[in-house]
Ligand binder design. Structure first.
Ligand code: ADP
Length: 473
């Protein structure tokens, strides 16, 4: 199918909606925003050419309200819907609904999402292709006895994971037989309430791993290219907060093997559009397939900064039915990019989300700095949605240049009104373990103590307004 897209409904909010609209504006596509009651005056609404109320604040009745979104799409005469990330982006039923209404979904087809979104089915596919997967089960667990048997062969610790979804929901580390029964019950009920699907499976818990992923683009003609890897090992609660590209951990031969593995899996899954294959590395540099994210990732800007390619623009072209405009050989990687996710959350209080009105926000500027932001002065951070405020990205010719640029930018960042993690990001960037690039996913658990950050900010920022720590004065 070849159809020109001239108007897009962005079925999302916050920074990703703003970011998508920015590309649309640049290439002359008009945009439609949807907003819930509490988002009436949000940045993404102000950014759009048209805007429509989608419902009350709760996500089920607004940004997940499929019928209402389709109704708005039809009455505003859009050609396509971009789902962003989260919300309906990985919902195959929604993709079908979009298609059945003669609209284009800017993303993969429903079948590919169904296959790769089901973590056990995707593990089975990867394994059948000879791609290493984390040792464990490729079928959902059927009983506690089975789990105990599997744990015996894998040896503890093991990880319980939900088959039907991500975001850390249903994930539980189990250290002994005695923890299994209660662990399974807790995982199942968490998975049930998050995804309406209580299936869980087991993976060997890899000790102190690295999370490294490969960005790919695939068109409808079987062309698949990779846009390099991203290292996302700095995490809290199994969720990323700092990402970078390239990974400081892998060399060229491993990179080649990793990216080719990702391409092979994508080719066999019938996947089109932008997607990410996530891998986990053990300390010996063995890698294992972890999962595929069948959508645009939060951290895509670090890739864009290195190769000068707009991934959203490519997504739109692929959805229009165009072949990829670039080949693997056209992609040139330049320098190093680091992203810090700025969250309204309190690192000193177990990263608990923070709410309130943003009284004042001023972004850093300068060579190699990009910010993808979803809020402006006066906007409200509520409990209804993900508390991400913005993503700050620093590019440099070398990792060290990018790191120093990031520190300077973070120190320049002014944010009043909500507790946030800026001081934590500065602390991470300055840590010698981070600067040497020898990180793993337990970096924060191992090194971070809440007191450090307050001490740190007192020492380093005598003239700094403690915007990372203090609620509005
Ligand atoms: P989700 O979709 O919930 O984000 P992932 O499978 O992508 O789940 O895993 C998220 C993070 O959890 C990984 O980046 C890693 O830090 C940790 N993790 C996942 N699987 C394992 C494993 N088998 N061993 C150790 N850590 C893991």
């Amino acid at each position: 199918m070849n159809k020109k897209i001239n108007k897009i409904l962005v079925a999302n909010r916050g920074e990703i909606a703003v970011r998508i609209m920015r590309t649309c504006r640049e290439i002359g596509i008009s945009t439609v925003a949807i907003y819930s009651d509490v988002d009436r005056n949000a940045y993404h609404v102000r950014m759009a050419d048209e805007c429509y109320s989608v419902g009350v604040a709760t996500v089920r009745e607004s940004y997940l309200n499929q019928n209402k979104i389709i109704e708005i799409a039809k009455c505003s005469n859009v050609t396509a819907i971009h789902p962003g990330y989260g919300f309906l982006s990985e919902n195959p039923g929604f993709v079908e609904l979009v298609h059945n209404n003669d609209l284009i979904f800017i993303g993969p087809g429903a079948e590919a999402i169904r296959l790769m979104g089901d973590k056990t089915a995707a593990r089975e596919l990867a394994s059948s292709l000879g791609i290493p997967i984390v040792p464990g089960t490729t079928k959902p667990l059927s009983s506690i006895d089975e789990a105990i048997e599997v744990a015996k062969t894998l040896t503890y610790p093991i990880l319980l994971k939900a088959s039907g979804g991500g975001g850390g929901k249903g994930m539980r580390i189990i250290n002994s037989d005695s923890e299994i029964a209660s662990g399974i019950r807790a995982s199942q009920s968490e998975a049930e309430s998050a995804f309406n699907d209580n299936r869980i499976y087991i993976e060997k818990y890899i000790e102190n791993p690295r999370h490294i992923e490969v960005q790919i683009l695939a068109d409808s003609y079987g062309n698949v290219i990779h846009l390099g890897e991203r290292e996302c090992s700095i995490q809290r609660r199994h969720q990323k907060i700092v990402e970078e590209s390239p990974s400081p951990f892998i060399d060229e031969p491993i990179r080649e093997k990793l990216t080719q593995t990702a391409i092979r899996l994508v080719k066999h899954s019938g996947y089109t559009n932008a997607g990410t294959i996530e891998f986990i590395f053990d300390q010996e540099k063995n890698f294992y397939y972890l999962e595929m994210n069948t959508r645009l990732q939060v951290e895509h800007p670090v890739t864009e900064m290195r190769i000068g390619l707009d991934i959203v623009r490519e997504q739109i072209a692929i959805a229009e039915g165009k072949p990829l405009s670039i080949t693997q050989e056209d992609i040139m990687f330049h320098g190093h990019a680091i992203e810090c996710r700025i969250y309204a959350e309190d690192p000193a209080n177990n990263f608990y989300p923070s709410t309130g009105r943003i009284h004042s926000i001023k972004s850093p500027q300068g060579l190699g700095i990009r910010e993808d932001r979803g809020v402006q002065d006066g906007d409200e951070i509520t409990t209804y949605y993900d508390p991400i405020i913005s993503k700050l990205i620093a590019w440099g010719n070398t990792r060290e240049e990018a790191r120093k640029r990031m520190i300077a930018a973070l120190e320049d960042y002014e944010l009043f009104g909500v507790r946030n993690n800026i001081a934590l990001c500065i602390w991470i960037m300055n840590h010698t373990v981070y600067s040497e690039g020898i990180i793993d996913t337990n970096f924060l658990i191992r090194y971070f103590k809440p007191e450090m950050i307050e001490k740190y900010s007192d020492e380093v920022k005598s003239d700094w307004n403690l915007s990372g720590l203090v609620e509005d004065a």
